[in-house]
Write a protein that binds this ligand. Structure first.
Ligand SMILES: [Zn+2]
Ligand SMILES: [Zn+2]
Length: 207
């Protein structure tokens, strides 16, 4: 229990204090934190590798791409039996057949004659990955109409089932093909080489 002593306004003489702030060397805005003041108008930051990076990243492009590659190489190979298309995990590219992939690998290496090293390089740097067809979504009338019906209008279970069944039957009968999509599954460059008819060094004759 504390007793509060009276302090009269007239007696409460304030002391003038100066608060330390760090002013940005570029725009002059004052920050309480020295690091924030440095960061304020800085356009680049040091990276742990000794390089420079944009202030919005902790690591430089080079370190980030090395990191990305290490993560990619640590993935297990997906089973792949030579089916196309194959994709590039970093980007929207598809390679639709052997010739397409052969050409892309040769272009990347700026060479006319494809070697296993070029294929392996291409697979790693472009993150050559498996593709699958995602099944088409099923029609659901409740989702389709949910934002458009008044609150008091409840569809009966019977209506929902009847409409969903009918629309999905029509869609199925149309046999629309599903689009291909990349999945994060790495393909063994040796399997790619086999599909392209390129010999893998050290594997002649097979084991
Ligand atoms: Zn500033
Ligand atoms: Zn770096």
């Amino acid at each position: 229990m504390s007793t509060t002593k009276e302090l009269r306004y007239e007696d409460a003489t304030p002391k003038l204090v100066t608060v330390e702030r760090y002013a940005c060397c570029e725009c002059g805005v004052a920050h309480t934190d020295e690091r924030m003041a440095r960061w304020c108008c800085a356009t680049s930051m040091p990276c742990k590798c000794g390089g420079r990076t944009s202030k919005h990243y902790t690591f430089c492009d080079n370190c980030r791409s090395k990191q990305g590659l290490a993560e990619w190489l640590a993935l297990e190979f997906a089973p792949w039996d030579g089916e196309f298309p194959v994709g590039e995990w970093n980007g929207d590219e598809f390679h639709w057949d052997e010739d397409d992939l052969r050409e892309a690998s040769c272009d990347a290496a700026e060479s006319d004659e494809l070697t296993y090293e070029m294929i392996a390089d291409f697979c790693d740097s472009h993150r050559v990955c498996k593709c699958v067809r995602e099944p088409l979504p099923k029609f659901e009338v409740e989702n389709f109409l949910c934002d458009h019906l008044p609150d008091e209008c409840d569809m009966t279970r019977e209506q929902v089932e009847r409409i969903d069944l009918a629309v999905n039957a029509i869609l199925a009968a149309e046999q629309f093909p599903a689009a291909w999509t990349h999945i994060k599954r790495r393909i063994d460059p040796r399997a790619i080489a086999a599909a392209l008819g390129v010999e893998v060094p050290g594997e002649k004759g097979g084991a």
